[in-house]
Design a protein. Structure first.
Length: 161
């Protein structure tokens, strides 16, 4: 009887924790995403070297590569989230404002059209369209095979929103 009570209490605590985690997550608003393609890769070991430039992609294990377009309405937000792998983000039109969860000063980084940024993966961040026109963004994400590309996260508390 005592063991059943402990199991029941532990189950209840886990259930409440899971619901609280979902309730604290921040979800996207004003964002329309279109997935153009998803490709599956075995381990990648690619290297390019020239006299003035070099690049390397080296994965351990299989990967999924996502290519997508995001359209963000003025005032729209991706909500606080993370990714399990790196993403290359290109702003085609409009501008994005990026906030990082590990920045104690919550300093905004504006990324204008024609520019981009690299999300290394594993960090919590929020991206918003604080402008007056729709922003169009192209994203290429490399994640472990079968992983969820985007993970909703609770607000880290450093930005006050």
């Amino acid at each position: 009887m005592h063991t059943r009570l402990i199991v029941a209490l532990a189950s209840a605590i886990l259930a409440v924790s899971a619901i609280a985690g979902i309730a604290l997550a921040t979800t996207p608003t004003g964002v329309t995403s279109t997935t153009f393609a998803v490709g599956h890769f075995d381990e990648i070991d690619a290297k390019t070297v020239s006299s003035s430039w070099q690049a390397r992609i080296d994965t351990k294990g299989a990967s999924d590569l996502y290519v997508l377009e995001n359209r963000i309405a003025p005032g729209g937000s991706f909500g606080w989230h993370s990714h399990p792998g790196p993403s290359l983000v290109v702003v085609k039109s409009g501008a994005l404002t990026l906030y990082r969860g590990d920045d104690p000063t919550c300093t905004p980084e504006v990324v204008p059209a024609g520019s981009g940024f690299v999300d290394d993966g594993g960090d919590i961040h929020l991206v918003r369209n604080e402008g007056s026109v729709e922003t169009v963004v192209y994203v290429t994400s490399l994640v472990p095979r079968g992983a969820t590309r985007r993970i909703d996260e609770p607000a880290p508390g450093n930005c006050g929103f």
